[in-house]
Structure formats: structure tokens, C-alpha cells
Write a protein that binds this ligand. Structure first.
Ligand SMILES: Cc1cc2nc3c(=O)[nH]c(=O)nc-3n(C[C@H](O)[C@H](O)[C@H](O)COP(=O)(O)OP(=O)(O)OC[C@H]3O[C@@H](n4cnc5c(N)ncnc54)[C@H](O)[C@@H]3O)c2cc1C
Length: 578
């Protein structure tokens, strides 16, 4: 049966903060737009964002977008493109006010302004001391943003295809022309034709075992782009958040330290005094994660175990109950720990992909190192690498990134759709996807996707974690390659068409394996330490050789790498002292 075809002017894959803000702009511009999401929109991972969204509003103390820009560039170990960072920090207040006007229920100061709290790496006056820059709605900021944007999209007439899994990108020559998808409710194939297509599919924390990311964070959009011959940028930079609940990785937001929480080792020592004397527990995440890891390695984890303590016992009960109610509940529910009386056992957890599909500051995907634009194809949110985070993202800068660049992407797509005609799609364009899925379902006797995923995650946790070496990354890359070869034999035994999660998990596994391979090989290639990429065998940052982005292409089964210049405007690279 021929796949059902839908026609829109713009199609957005993904209903997280990035996808919804882009869609809202299209709706506001009167462009016929659809959002396709494998999840019901408000289940997107944006809804799990706890701590806040930063903007130099200066509501609690003096602050300036330029200080925010400096912190972001320094926090990213000078790998971010500074023109993009400047746009993000300048547009931050406007985006936060836009959210406020749409109805996001931010916490308030006594005089009714949006309240702000400190977060790691955000400082006043170019690094002097922590500054209160994160706007927040208790520790449910992302959920509030997501629900608000979803309501606004419905109001603006955006159409939604929920629980529809995108499996392929369609092109008319060089130009993006639409996507192919599998309806999860009925197992039907759908073709979406569009003048402009955006990837807003979020991150891929699930390449690791211990992660803060949702089960659905499997990097589908990045893998689709890679398979379509597009590059992935800076994939070696994967952020580990220092405070995941021990063993399970569920996040305890940096907001806990923003509100005064302290990390302690077995001797009760506030060990961050040794690693970042000025910013202490509010140093950037890469530094705090390394410090936690080193304490554990030196046998100073609590009781000698592989975790340290996050101490909130000295904080007012009211702060815990009103400003971080959800994360304190996580400690009670998942670990049986009462944060008012005892320390929360925490260790680094895989959290955020700095790398991804490279777009311009207007979301247009750029297939080469010269900034050429792939017509009609856009990327925004965690799947994209603009790059505003460089080698290490600061807390609360991701909600900001997805909204600033989601909004810009929507505006650019609207203009493109209004100025251009409809691309053609060759008949039978959905066939390769249909065949690939048919193959997965016919394969008998092989391993289950879950077993292969476990092996991949173990290899990545072991080899491409907070610290890496030539040997550890090579081992992980070899293991992932072996698993990729075996992927051909992954078994899908469930034959049903209705919510066949075994099938979608197998498809997600294929995407995870592709991204794990790129991450491991990119980490093996970069022989320096910068931001979240810490090579024990190359402990220094090497600006002479490595002050550049990496671009990774998939060609005939192999990965090829190129370099791309970093845009430096206001801040020359300096040693990073906190
Ligand atoms: C626990 C946690 C807490 C965080 N806290 C903060 C914070 O306080 N502040 C901050 O700035 N950042 C925070 N972050 C980071 C930030 O939340 C994310 O980077 C950001 O929300 C990603 O948004 P997104 O729109 O790119 O993607 P997501 O919100 O992940 O949405 C992805 C969308 O893509 C869809 N999708 C994916 N694949 C497919 C497919 N194949 N077909 C169809 N649809 C698909 C999904 O259905 C979903 O709608 C946190 C992250 C986590 C995990």
C-alpha cells in the first residue's frame, strides 16, 4: 500500500522546547506547519529541565549580557563561536520576557520581578564572583516552558502528529523535501512533503548507561543527518553532570548547589576548595565532574564507595520544600535518603551533547567547513551545534539555546517557505525506509536490541567517560564497531503493528550505535584536553593544534574527519582559572 502523504509548508521533527518555539514562530507567521513527535509533546525531555534558564536581567544584582557572553565562552573552554554566543546572550532577556508574557509561572522576587539564582560558571564582572542569572519556576522550569509553548502552538494553529516516529529524510537534489515516518499507533508509513524541514530531536545521553537523559533521548535526528551525508560537529564533547543520583544517574540539578548545597568527601571536606578556590561548588560542570571523579579515585568517596555527598542539611527546610522540591523528592523516592538530615549520594552522570548537526545562527544546516547552506534543512536545540557551548556547556544555557535558536529557526523557515516553491519527491521515496524496517522484522535468531544496547552502554561508560585515553577510546570504538556489524542480526520478534516498541527500540539502537561510534572516534582523534574532553594522556589544552571544531562524515561505512575554524571575536583564549 502506498504511504499516506501529507503536505505542509514547514515540518518540524521534535516537540521539545526547540521544536515548539520554531513551530510557534511559523504559526505566528501564518505558515502551514506541522510538528511530528515520537512522544506526546509534553513528554519531551525539555520537561525534565529543572534548574532554570539564564538571562542577564539583573533583577537581583547588576548583570550584563557581555558578562554572560564572557562566562559562556570561558566555560566552553574557548571553543564556542563567539558571534553565536553574543546573539544568544543579547537575545536572552527578550526570550525570557516572551515566555513570561505567554504565561510561564516564574518564581518572583518580593517586588514582583522574575527571581534569579546562581548557577555554575555564571559570574559578575568577568569572573569576580557568582551572579544570580538563572530564571526559574521552582525546579520544574522545563515543564512549565514546555506546557506553555505547547498551548501557544495549539492556539496559533500548528498541527501535531504525535507518536509518529521519523525514520528518514527526503531530498530533491540538494534541497530538503520532507521526511518518512512510521505511525506508532497503527504501524502505517507516512510521507510528509514540505518546503522547509527542521530537526529538533534532542540529545543522545542513552549512548551511556548512567545518564540523566530520558529513554527517548536516542539522537535519531543526528543519526538521520549523518546517514544523509551531513556532518556532525564536535561530537567528542559530551558533558557529564557532577551530581547524578548514585547508580541510576537521575539528575540532582545544579540548582541544589545554587541554593547553597555543598559537595563533601568521606572526611566531610568541602573538596571543591582545592579545585576551584573562587567559585567552589559553582565552578563549571566539567571541572566539578573531574573533581568528584578524582576524589572517588583517591578513595575519598563516602565510605570509600564510588560516590560523594551532596550536603543540603544546613539549608532552611523552606528552601528545600519551595525552591527544589522535586529533586529532594527524587532522593527520597529513589535512594531512600532524607536530604534534610543526610547527604545525597551523587556521582557524575552523562548529561548533555555539546556536539551535533552544525547550523548557522538562523538554524540553516551547513554541510561543510565553509558555511555553505543546505537549502530547506534546519536544526535547532540539543541536536544542533551552533556552537554556543563550545567544549562545555554552562547550566541553564541549554534552555536558552533551544529557545533563542528555536525561535530564530522558526523565523528563517517561515521566510524560506514564503519565498520558495514546493520541492519534488521521487515516487517510491519511502521504499528504502520500508525495506530497512522489513529487514529488521524478518531477521530471525539474532540478539535482542536490549542486550546489544547494554554492551554499547557499558563500553561507552568505560572508555569515553569523564577521563579518556587513546587506549580507552580505541577500545570503546572497536567494541561499538563490532556491535554495529552485529546490528544486522538484531531480532524483532513482536509482529504487531500497534505500538510495537520492540521495533522502535531497535530503530533507536541503530541510531545510538551510529552516534556512539562517532563520539568514540572523535574522542580518540582529539589529542588534547579541553572542556568536557579530558585526555589523561594529553592533559593540556593545545590551542596551536586544536582550537578548531571537528566535523565527522559517514562515507561508505567509514568515518571521515575535517576541521572547521572557531569564530573568535571579543575574547582571546586564556587559561581557565576559577
Ligand atoms: C534531567 C535534565 C535536566 C535538565 N535541566 C536543565 C536546566 O535546568 N536548564 C537548562 O538550560 N538545560 C537543562 N537540561 C538540558 C535541556 O533540558 C535539554 O538540552 C533541552 O531541553 C533539549 O531540548 P530539545 O528541544 O532540543 O529536545 P527534547 O526536549 O529532548 O525533545 C526532543 C523531541 O524530539 C522528538 N523526537 C526525537 N526523535 C524523534 C523521531 N525519530 N521521530 C519523531 N520525533 C522524534 C521527541 O519526541 C521530542 O519531542 C536538562 C536536561 C536533563 C536531561
Amino acid at each position: 500500500m502506498a504511504p499516506k502523504e501529507h503536505r505542509y509548508d514547514a515540518v518540524i521533527v521534535g516537540a521539545g522546547g526547540a521544536g515548539l518555539f520554531a513551530a510557534l514562530e511559523l504559526g505566528r507567521a501564518g505558515v502551514k506547519a506541522a510538528v511530528i513527535s515520537k512522544l506526546y509533546p509534553v513528554r519531551s525531555h525539555t520537561g525534565a529541565a529543572q534548574g532554570g534558564i539564564c538571562a542577564a536581567l539583573g533583577n537581583r544584582e547588576p548583570d550584563e549580557p557581555l558578562w554572560h557572553m564572557f562566562d559562556t565562552v570561558k566555560g566552553g573552554d574557548y571553543l564556542a563561536d563567539q558571534d553565536a554566543v553574543e546573539i544568544m546572550c543579547d537575545e536572552a532577556p527578550g526570550v525570557v520576557f516572551d515566555l513570561e508574557h505567554m504565561g510561564v509561572p516564574f518564581n518572583r522576587t518580593d517586588d514582583g520581578k522574575i527571581d534569579q539564582r546562581p548557577f555554575g560558571g555564571h559570574t559578575r564582572n568577568f569572573g569576580v564572583a557568582p551572579v544570580r542569572r538563572a530564571c526559574y519556576a521552582a525546579d520544574r522550569t522545563g515543564a512549565m516552558v514546555l506546557h506553555t509553548l505547547y498551548q501557544q502552538c495549539l492556539k496559533a494553529g500548528v498541527e501535531f502528529f504525535d507518536e509518529v516516529f521519523v525514520t528518514g529524510l527526503l531530498f530533491d537534489g540538494e534541497r530538503a523535501a520532507g521526511v518518512v515516518a512510521l505511525g506508532q499507533r497503527g504501524g502505517d508509513f507516512l510521507v510528509f512533503r514540505a518546503k522547509a524541514v527542521a530537526l529538533a530531536t534532542g540529545g543522545w545521553g542513552r549512548i551511556f548507561r548512567v545518564t540523566s537523559n530520558a529513554h527517548a533521548s536516542t539522537g535519531d535526528g543526528a543519526a538521520l543527518a549523518l546517514r544523509a551525508g551531513l556532518p556532525l560537529q564536535d561530537m567528542e564533547f559530551y558533558q557529564f553532570h557532577p551530581t547524578g543520583l548514585h547508580g541510576i544517574g537521575i539528575l540532582v540539578s545544579e540548582a541544589a548547589r545554587g541554593e547553597g548545597g555543598i559537595l563533601r568527601n568521606d572526611g566531610g571536606e568541602r573538596f571543591m576548595e582545592k579545585y576551584a578556590p573562587r567559585l567552589l561548588d559553582l565552578a563549571p560542570r566539567d571541572m566539578v565532574s573531574r573533581a568528584v571523579y578524582q576524589e572517588i579515585k583517591a578513595g575519598r568517596g563516602l565510605g570509600g564507595a564510588d560516590y560523594v555527598g551532596l550536603d543540603l542539611t544546613h539549608l532552611d527546610a523552606e528552601v528545600l520544600d519551595k525552591k527544589i522540591p522535586e529533586i529532594t523528592d527524587f532522593a527520597r523516592v529513589y535512594l531512600g535518603v532524607e536530604p534534610k538530615e543526610e547527604m545525597i549520594p551523587v556521582a557524575p552522570t552523562a548529561h548533555y551533547a555539546m556536539g551535533g548537526v552544525p547550523p548557522t545562527v538562523n538554524g540553516e544546516v551547513t554541510p561543510d567547513e565553509r558555511g555553505t547552506v543546505a537549502p530547506g534543512l534546519y536544526a535547532a536545540g540539543e541536536v544542533a551545534c551552533v556552537s554556543v557551548h563550545g567544549a562545555n556547556r554552562l547550566g541553564t544555557n541549554s534552555l536558552l539555546d533551544i529557545l533563542v535558536f528555536g525561535r530564530r529557526t522558526g523565523r528563517a523557515m517561515a521566510a524560506f517557505a514564503q519565498e520558495n516553491g514546493r520541492p519534488e519527491i521521487a515516487p517510491g521515496a519511502a521504499e528504502p525506509t520500508r525495506e530497512a524496517i522489513g529487514r529488521l522484522r524478518r531477521q530471525g535468531g539474532g540478539e535482542s536490541a536490549a542486550a546489544v544496547r547494554d554492551e554499547m552502554q557499558a563500553a561507552m561508560d568505560e572508555g569515553v567517560s569523564v577521563f579518556r585515553t587513546a587506549e580507552s577510546t580505541a577500545r570503546a570504538a572497536a567494541k561499538v564497531e563490532e556491535l554495529l556489524a552485529g546490528y544486522e542480526r538484531v531480532r524483532v520478534s513482536d509482529e504487531s503493528s500497534t505500538f510495537n516498541t520492540e521495533l522502535t527500540e531497535a530503530l533507536e539502537l541503530g541510531n545510538l550505535l551510529a552516534l556512539a561510534r562517532v563520539t568514540a572516534e572523535a574522542a580518540a582523534r582529539r589529542t588534547e584536553s579541553r572542556g568536557a574532553h579530558s585526555r589523561e594522556d594529553y592533559p593540556e589544552r593545545d590551542d596551536g593544534r586544536w582550537l578548531n571544531h571537528s566535523l565527522c562524515y559517514y562515507k561508505e561505512g567509514r568515518l571521515e574527519f575535517k576541521s572547521k575554524t572557531v569564530t573568535v571575536t571579543r575574547f582571546e583564549p586564556k587559561p581557565r582559572v576559577y
